[in-house]
Design a protein around this ligand. Structure first.
Ligand code: SAM
Length: 389
């Protein structure tokens, strides 16, 4: 029998939609449609497992069950009750309901989640005189309700915990980058994995770890043990083993250096712990160092950095001065490199004093950021060091 083809929606963060669409295409998805912070696609169950295991830029993957207009909570209740929940969940199983709401009628997401849960358990009670219980941390079935104006979509969440939780992070500093965003920045930088990769302000090492996993084609979820679909009624253990094995067989060699450093030695230790937990200590080298006096390796390469943003007003002068010195360091020492910086501080970015060849808008959490590229040509092309006006 031919495998069942279903429609899915992969969520991501703003600015990574096209990157995610490309990943989905490469994984074998069809009917790909870019949406706001999401990409719709079609495929079979094998693809659903693959996307969860191998996509670096998906945050969650939903299986939509129903989408219809609703005007009030009674209509929400009725819509939820039309779904044959007993096909997806045992009566003695557990469930959790999450919701996102952008609507004037429904303005309380927790209330929407509660109403949905009530409608589901009432359906079970009417049929079996018993009902599943709620488990918000590791439910057998995680349900997602999305209301946009009056359109309500109800989906199953195949991922469970969001996919940025890769399972390798043991330690964080104050402002770690989300793993999905870090992987997305690496893709946006167009790094072809044929040169050295550097993060001169590596903090807890997220960019370096995502870069190394990409360089070696290691699946991003290699360390993760839980996915929502593992407790679905139709879970196919041999298909899941096949998906994982094929992904692990796809690893590739990498013959360049991945180097990280940070000014603060405690952050370097955090990065080392995370790198060891990801099993990448032979691939990534980190050390304590001031980027402003750094000497890059021979042969050029790519530099992707997430410097401090200076969110407090009182830090502005310091951060602008830091960015100016970063620009000076790039000009003096990093000829031959492609440098990329992400920051929400647009005034400070102007102090870098180099003309960006690309500026991409992304969000780091709630912060709107620019991810900017500075091409630091070696030799005769030094005229690219034009100050930004
Ligand atoms: C926003 S954090 C980076 C977070 C990192 N991307 C992560 O995921 O954990 C900025 C880092 O820049 C480091 N830093 C600030 N000034 C530096 C300098 N002159 N040289 C090297 N690192 C510096 C800080 O210690 C901090 O760890």
């Amino acid at each position: 029998m031919a495998p069942l083809i279903q429609n899915y929606i992969a969520k991501t963060t703003f600015g990574l939609e096209e990157i995610l669409a490309q990943e989905l295409l490469e994984l074998g998805a069809t009917d790909i449609k870019i949406q706001n912070r999401a990409v719709a696609f079609s495929g079979d169950k094998e693809l659903l497992y693959k996307v969860n295991y191998c996509s670096r830029t998906a945050l969650r993957v939903f299986l939509p069950l129903v989408s219809a207009p609703i005007l009030n909570e009674e209509e929400l209740y009725k819509l939820v009750q039309t779904i044959a929940w007993e096909d997806y969940l045992e009566v003695d199983g557990t469930l959790a309901v999450d919701s996102t709401v952008h609507s004037e009628t429904f303005n309380h997401s927790q209330y929407v989640a509660l109403k949905t849960k009530d409608a589901i358990v009432d359906r079970f009670r009417e049929k079996f005189d018993r009902r599943p219980s709620v488990d918000v941390s590791t439910p057998d079935l995680r349900i997602h309700v999305h209301i946009n104006k009056e359109q309500c979509s109800i989906s199953l969440d195949s991922s469970g915990e969001p996919l940025f939780k890769r399972g390798y992070r043991v330690a964080t500093n104050e402002a770690p980058l989300n793993e999905v965003l870090a992987a997305g920045l690496i893709y946006l930088s167009n790094w072809d994995r044929n040169c050295n990769f550097i993060d001169g302000m590596c903090g807890s090492g997220t960019i370096l770890i995502e870069a190394a996993m990409f360089a070696l084609n290691i699946p991003p979820q290699v360390k993760r043990t839980h996915f929502g679909f593992l407790t679905w009624n139709d879970f196919d253990v041999s298909l899941w083993k096949k998906v994982k094995q094929e992904a692990l067989n796809n690893q590739r060699p990498f013959n360049f250096q991945i180097l990280g450093s940070d000014l603060i030695s405690a952050n370097v230790r955090l990065a080392q712990e995370n790198i060891a937990n990801a099993g990448l200590e032979d691939i990534i080298k980190v050390r304590q160092n001031d980027f402003l006096t750094s000497v890059p390796p021979e042969g050029g390469g790519i530099l992707v950095m997430n410097p401090p943003y200076g969110e407090r007003m009182s830090d502005q002068v310091f951060v602008e001065e830091l960015y100016k010195k970063i620009g000076d360091t790039l000009k003096q020492s990093y000829a031959g490199f492609e440098a990329w910086m992400i920051s929400s501080n647009r005034d400070a970015l102007k102090k870098v004093g180099l003309k960006p060849s690309r500026k991409i808008v992304v969000f780091n959490g709630a912060l709107e950021c620019r991810f900017q590229n500075f091409s630091l040509y070696a030799g005769t092309k030094r005229t690219s060091f034009k100050p930004e006006v």
